[in-house]
Design a protein around this ligand. Structure first.
Ligand SMILES: O=C1C[C@@H](O)[C@H](O)[C@@H](O)C1=O
Ligand SMILES: [Co+2]
Length: 298
């Protein structure tokens, strides 16, 4: 059994409104989104671009619905821009999250990333970092991890499709090159499966570094189409490559077993970006919540 005092369940707003594809769910309001998250039985959320940035306003809206902020995404440009540029934006982001009570900061390197390019084929053109870029990335992340530590927080690195840290090998390299006391890992089941990795292998190998989890499932027939037709990441999302856990091809049973056996502590965030006009976000939030109750017992 999961330690229910140590594991918290949240859901990301990306199923309601997609910050990467503003045409998906533009009509859904912040209040609808957080009310439905709460009604579906979640206790936390990440931050979307419709969320108010004024701390008292955001805290009040969440408090009314018994929700907490688990974290929020941060785009780093350590390989392509001067460190100070990323550092300045990161400190503002860290301080916002700190004031909201979050304990982890989600960071993803976006230098040469193609994840936001609607017409760039995902697999053929993802960046492959040079030795120099790896060194800049590792050094920069250690420094950002130090800044997280100042506030008793942790930097959790988000491996991601279309970026320089996507595959198992790239994740291994990043973990090897960074300080285990400063840089931790965000484990996202959907990105691993879509990339053709074995999510269980990554979980078992890097468990001690994993401090945040994104639960995402994959519709494998759409993943295949993206590969065969050389489509982009965002085209795949629009076509419905991702869905909530339990609704796609990933076998979550062993994933939950390993997390549970190893005594995982922290957030598990359902994150399923798909078109809300095709997949009603409240219906899918309930579907996810019921599946996790059944499969993980929490
Ligand atoms: O954690 C995430 C944040 C999103 O903006 C991103 O594109 C998505 O795929 C993801 O995993
Ligand atoms: Co994610």
């Amino acid at each position: 059994m999961f330690d229910v005092t140590a594991v918290k369940l949240g859901i990301a707003p990306i199923g309601w409104t997609n910050d990467d594809l503003p045409e998906l769910g533009g009509e859904n309001t912040f209040e609808q989104c957080i009310s439905e998250m709460s009604l579906a039985g979640f206790s936390g959320t990440e931050v979307g671009n419709k969320y108010p940035r004024d701390i008292p306003t955001l805290k009040k809206a969440l408090h009314l619905r018994n929700l907490e902020i688990a974290s929020a995404w941060f785009s780093a440009f350590l390989t392509t821009k001067p460190f100070e540029e990323t550092e300045k934006a990161y400190i503002a982001h860290r301080d916002f999250l700190y004031k909201m009570g979050a304990k982890v900061i989600v960071v993803s390197e976006q230098g040469r990333s193609i994840q936001g390019n609607i017409s760039t084929p995902l697999f053929a053109e993802k960046p492959i970092f040079t030795d120099g870029e790896w060194a800049k990335l590792a050094d920069g992340l250690n420094r950002l991890g130090e800044l997280a530590k100042e506030k008793d927080m942790k930097l959790v690195y988000h491996h991601h499709m279309g970026t320089g840290v996507q595959t198992t090998e790239e994740i291994d390299c990043l973990m090897e090159m960074t300080d285990p006391n400063l840089v931790y890992l965000l484990y996202d089941t959907g990105h691993l499966y879509f990339s053709g990795e074995d999510p269980l292998e990554v979980l078992e190998k890097h468990f001690p570094r994993i401090k945040h989890v994104h639960l995402k499932d994959v519709r494998s027939e759409i993943a295949r189409e993206v590969i065969q037709d050389r489509l982009s990441f965002l085209t795949g999302v629009k076509k419905g490559v991702f869905t909530v856990p339990g609704d796609g091809a990933i076998n979550f049973e062993p994933v939950f077993q390993v997390l549970e056996k190893s005594g995982y502590k922290g957030w598990m965030i359902v994150e399923a970006e798909q078109d809300p006009a095709q997949a009603n976000p409240f219906e899918y939030a309930l579907k996810a919540r019921n599946f996790i109750k059944e499969a993980a017992g929490v």
